[in-house]
Design a protein around this ligand. Structure first.
Ligand code: C5P
Length: 234
């Protein structure tokens, strides 16, 4: 059943999925890898559409795949699909340009975080609504982290141990006041992999909210096995 979005919601969610690897069909890229028979992108969009504040969803797809992605997502939720750009940052900018008027909060979300619960989407949006210009979901780092001099793995030399108490791993969705993300993208010089990084560069504070184990990035084969098991609780 196609989800309905909230016409009075104040949130748009952008999903950059225009990486060169994106091809529909088997052996394709991350966003379209199958989890319980459906592409990760479909799982992700279904959860985004279930978040009550979401008024619009914009997916950036490779130019050649726009209609195919549109068809794939049509039964899931009302989604605008635009052609992405050469870099992830450009794809986000192009998706941002398709955000409808009246949206005050923009979230940027990874399709690979396919099991992200609607509650996390709401909590990031709520923190932006409460006055934070930029908000990221984070989890504590559980491993001990070493700084090394990069080289062949078996020959790397440890330079020091980083205090993990001050480290966080960052998930998505990353949330922004609409005008803050527009300005950060307009001012961006070098492409970054992370939108909050652009806001940091602009000198604005970025606030953290607690992330969710379910918002893990599904990248390695073992993640898919874990995600299959988690589907029953998410
Ligand atoms: O290639 P990388 O892992 O950095 O891509 C991160 C995300 O950004 C992926 O979801 C990819 O589809 C997206 N991307 C994009 N436009 C590009 C390059 C990457 O939307 N030109």
């Amino acid at each position: 059943m196609t989800a309905q979005l909230n016409a009075r919601g104040d949130v748009a969610v952008l999903v950059p999925a225009a990486g060169a690897g994106l091809r529909l069909g088997p052996g394709g890229p991350k966003a379209l890898r199958l989890l319980a028979g459906e592409p990760l992108l479909v799982h992700a969009i279904r959860r985004v559409a279930a978040a009550p504040s979401v008024r619009a969803i914009v997916v950036a797809a490779p130019a050649a795949e726009v209609s195919a992605v549109r068809e794939l997502l049509a039964p899931v939720a009302p989604v605008t699909v635009v052609a992405g750009g050469a870099e992830r940052q450009e794809s986000v900018s192009l998706a941002l340009a398709a955000v409808p008027a009246g949206v005050g909060i923009v979230l940027v979300h990874d399709a690979a975080r396919a099991l992200t619960p609607p509650e996390l989407i709401e909590s990031v949006a709520a923190a932006v609504r409460a006055g934070h210009p930029a908000v990221i979901p984070v989890l504590p780092v559980v491993d001990t982290i070493k700084e090394v001099r990069p080289g062949r793995a078996e020959l790397e030399v440890v330079l020091g141990t980083v205090d993990r108490a001050v480290l966080r791993s960052v998930q998505t969705p990353q949330g922004f006041r609409y005008d803050v993300l527009v300005a950060a993208h307009a001012a961006a010089a070098d492409p970054l992999t992370d939108d909050a990084g652009l806001v940091e560069k602009a000198g604005l504070p970025v606030a953290c909210v607690p992330g969710s184990e379910l918002a893990m990035k599904i990248t390695r084969p073992m993640d898919l096995i874990l995600a299959e098991a988690l589907l029953h609780v998410s």
